[in-house]
Design a protein around this ligand. Structure first.
Ligand code: SF4
Ligand code: SF4
Length: 288
C-alpha cells in the first residue's frame, strides 16, 4: 500500500478539490481527511458513517461542590484563569483548562477530580469512491496532530487488511505539527501551489520540510493562469531542484459548480480540458 498526501504551503490552494478529483480516478484505494482543523472532504465525498469512535486526549478537572470548602486556592494558582468564582462557588471552565493538574494537587481537601476530555470523534464511512476516515474536532480543542495520528493509523490498518493499493490523504496547509503528523511515513507528497509570490514562498518552505523528512515531493500549480510569470518561476525552480513537476491546472469554475452539487470536477465535467489535465497528473502520480 502506498501513502500519497496532498498538502500545501498555505490554505486555499485547492487541495480538497484536487483530492476529490483523484478519488474519482483512483481504484482500490482508501481516503483519509487529515485536515482535521478544517475538514471538508466529506462535502464532496458524501460519506455514510459506518462506525464512530470517541477521540479522547488529555484530562481536565472538575470541582466537587460537596467537598469544596471555598478556600479559593485553586482560583489563585491557576495560571490559565480557568477557575471561575460565581458568588462563593468555584467552577472550572472547560475550554480554558489545560489539564495541568496544579489545582488538584493544591486543593487541601481533594475536592478536585480528573475527568476524561472528549476532544472529538472520528468516523469510518463508505463513499462512492471507497472508504473514508474522517473526523470532527470539538470547538476549542487543540490536539489536532494526535487526531491525525488516529485517523491515519485507522486508514492504514483498513488498507492493509483489505489489501488496498493506495491511501490518499487530504492533508492540512502549512508546515506545522499537523503537516508533520500527516507526512509521517508517506511515500509521496503532492504539493498544491498557486501562481502567486506568497505561494512560491510557502512552497519552498514545504519542500524544505519534506527534504528534512526525506520524503519524495511533487508539485502541481493550481490556478496556474493567474500569474504566468510566477508559474514559469515555479516550474523552473522544480526543474533546477530535481522536484517532480506534475502539471498546471488553470482556473476552472467547474470546480465550484461541481462542489455545489457535491461532485468532483471529474464527475461534474468529465470531458473538460481540466479533467483531462487531472487524469494525466494522476497517471504521473501512479508512476512516481
Ligand atoms: S482548592 Fe479545593 S477547596 Fe479550595 S476552592 Fe478550590 S476546590 Fe474548593
Ligand atoms: S488543571 Fe490547570 S488549567 Fe485546569 S483549572 Fe486546574 S490549574 Fe487551571
Amino acid at each position: 500500500m502506498k501513502q500519497i498526501a496532498i498538502i500545501s504551503g498555505k490554505g486555499g490552494t485547492g487541495k480538497t478539490s484536487i483530492t476529490s478529483a483523484f478519488a474519482s480516478l483512483a481504484k482500490n484505494s482508501i481516503y483519509a481527511d487529515c485536515d482535521v482543523n478544517a475538514s471538508d472532504l466529506h462535502i464532496i465525498m458524501r460519506p455514510k458513517v459506518k462506525e464512530s469512535f470517541v477521540f479522547s486526549f488529555n484530562q481536565k478537572v472538575k470541582i466537587n461542590q460537596q467537598e469544596c470548602i471555598k478556600c479559593s486556592i485553586c482560583f489563585n494558582v491557576c495560571r490559565f484563569n480557568a477557575v471561575d468564582r460565581i458568588r462563593n462557588n468555584f467552577y472550572v471552565r472547560e475550554f480554558s483548562c489545560t489539564g495541568c493538574d496544579l489545582c488538584r494537587k493544591a486543593c487541601p481537601v481533594m475536592a478536585i477530580e480528573k475527568i476524561d476530555n472528549k476532544a472529538g470523534e472520528y468516523f469510518i464511512s463508505d463513499t462512492r469512491f471507497g472508504q473514508l476516515v474522517h473526523s470532527r474536532l470539538n470547538v476549542g480543542e487543540d490536539y489536532s496532530d494526535r487526531l491525525i495520528d488516529d485517523v491515519k493509523s485507522y486508514a492504514c490498518n483498513i488498507a492493509e487488511e483489505k489489501k488496498l493499493d493506495n491511501l490518499i490523504i487530504d492533508g492540512p496547509p502549512g508546515i506545522g505539527c499537523t503537516t508533520i503528523s500527516t507526512i509521517n511515513g508517506i511515500d509521496l507528497a503532492v504539493l498544491i501551489t498557486n501562481s502567486s509570490k506568497s505561494s512560491l514562498h510557502d512552497l519552498k518552505r514545504s519542500l524544505e520540510l519534506l527534504k528534512t523528512h526525506n520524503i519524495k515531493a511533487s508539485v502541481i500549480i493550481n490556478k496556474s493562469n493567474f500569474n504566468c510569470n510566477i508559474t514559469k518561476e515555479i516550474e523552473e525552480y522544480c526543474l533546477e531542484n530535481g522536484i517532480s513537476f506534475l502539471g498546471k491546472i488553470p482556473y476552472d469554475r467547474n470546480f465550484t459548480y461541481g462542489m455545489l452539487e457535491q461532485k468532483s470536477i471529474i464527475e461534474y465535467a468529465p470531458f473538460s480540458a481540466t479533467s483531462d489535465i487531472i487524469r494525466k497528473i494522476w497517471e504521473k502520480i501512479l508512476k512516481l
